[in-house]
Design a protein. Structure first.
Length: 362
């Protein structure tokens, strides 16, 4: 069990254990709430348990300790969850247990802590209500994930308002990697536009032919530099091919620390419903989000972004959406209309309307 730092808890301090293991964007969205708690409650100390890769989101935050759970090794399976419980119990005497995930792992941990007499507070995901909206010809308008996180803390009698963007506390090493990338790419002083064309599930991905067409049109604007973001072997290969076609494109291949810092340097980000969308929104830059089978009204929209930054087929034109909460499954129409109807021209027009790019091509 790895931890980023720890110290002795003072007797007058209250200690909260927060659990959120995945997914990447959902873990990132805990940060404005956690920072809000620590900023507004000087007598609180928080230990967050999450996956090792996500520790980058929580660097340099005072009174916050990040514990990395090893679900492929020491904490694998039910015996591993019991081992994690024992590890945490030996580490600190927690006043409150906050479950922001609501999955079997956190439920087992919560139960074990309750047996020790600890107060446990769990997120209400309203799964039935979300599923209900999949069968209605009505656009959902549910609470944002951040609001749900806040509710759990308030149930524990911890008053909190979320910390506003930018929420990442970047250190010099994170900034240095981003600055080196900009300098070595020769793109300093130009308009830096991020594009994150992929997502975990295919129903949230803009077809690649649309992405290529969009990049081709965007590349005709003056002083534009396009930075391509994505993870995974297949995604990296597709982005490499795109970057090789256009001289104004750069493939971003940095550590998560450095990517967070680089995203904060962008003029704006264009993203699917994905972790990159959330990271950009939490960085406080404009985010143009493109939505297919999923829907921002399910509570996963880009936080603090204006409604006009969301691009989707209007609800009254395509009543089959949302057909998925998280983007899993297949298109039951068979034509993927929710994404295929979103043309490159439509996105370019929106960027011009928002004055993110000039209204006239050279």
């Amino acid at each position: 069990m790895k931890k980023n730092h720890t110290r002795n808890i003072k007797p007058e301090e209250k200690h909260i254990l927060v659990m959120r293991f995945s997914a990447m964007g959902d873990v990132a969205l805990t940060l404005p709430v956690i920072r809000g708690v620590l900023q507004q409650n000087a007598d609180y100390y928080i230990t967050l348990v999450t996956r090792p890769f996500f520790a980058s989101f929580f660097k340099n935050i005072e009174r916050l300790e990040v514990i990395s759970a090893d679900f492929s090794g020491r904490h694998k399976g039910l015996p591993g969850i019991v081992r994690l419980f024992k590890d945490l119990s030996r580490l600190h005497n927690f006043d409150h247990i906050i479950d922001l995930h609501g999955v079997i792992r956190t439920q087992v941990l919560s139960f074990l802590f309750q047996l020790k007499g600890k107060l446990v507070h769990r997120i209400n995901k309203e799964r039935k209500l979300k599923n209900h909206y999949l069968h209605l010809e009505k656009a959902p308008d549910l609470k944002h994930s951040i609001e749900r996180y806040i509710e759990v803390f308030r149930e524990a009698k911890v008053q909190v308002e979320p910390y506003p963007p930018p929420v990442f506390n970047l250190d010099d090493s994170m900034k240095s990697g981003a600055e080196t990338f900009i300098r070595e790419s020769g793109i300093s002083g130009q308009k830096l536009i991020g594009i994150a064309p992929f997502a975990k599930h295919k129903l949230k991905v803009w077809p690649l032919n649309r992405v290529r067409n969009f990049i081709e049109q965007l590349s005709s604007y003056p002083q534009v530099q396009i930075l391509l973001f994505g993870g995974g072997k297949y995604e990296k290969e597709q982005l490499r091919i795109l970057a090789s076609r256009y001289s104004c494109c750069r493939l971003v291949n940095l550590s998560l620390d450095e990517e967070i810092a680089l995203i904060g340097r962008l003029d704006f980000m264009i993203s699917m419903d994905s972790a990159n969308m959330h990271i950009a929104a939490l960085s406080g830059i404009p985010v143009i989000s493109i939505w297919g089978a999923t829907h921002p009204g399910m509570g996963f929209s880009a936080w603090k972004q204006p409604d006009q930054h969301t691009i989707q087929v209007p609800d009254d034109e395509l009543r089959c959406r949302p057909c998925s909460i998280y983007g899993k499954g297949i298109c039951h129409r068979g034509d993927f209309a929710c994404m295929d109807r979103l043309t490159a021209e439509a996105v370019i027009n929106r960027l011009e309307q928002l004055e993110l790019i000039s209204a006239r091509k050279p």
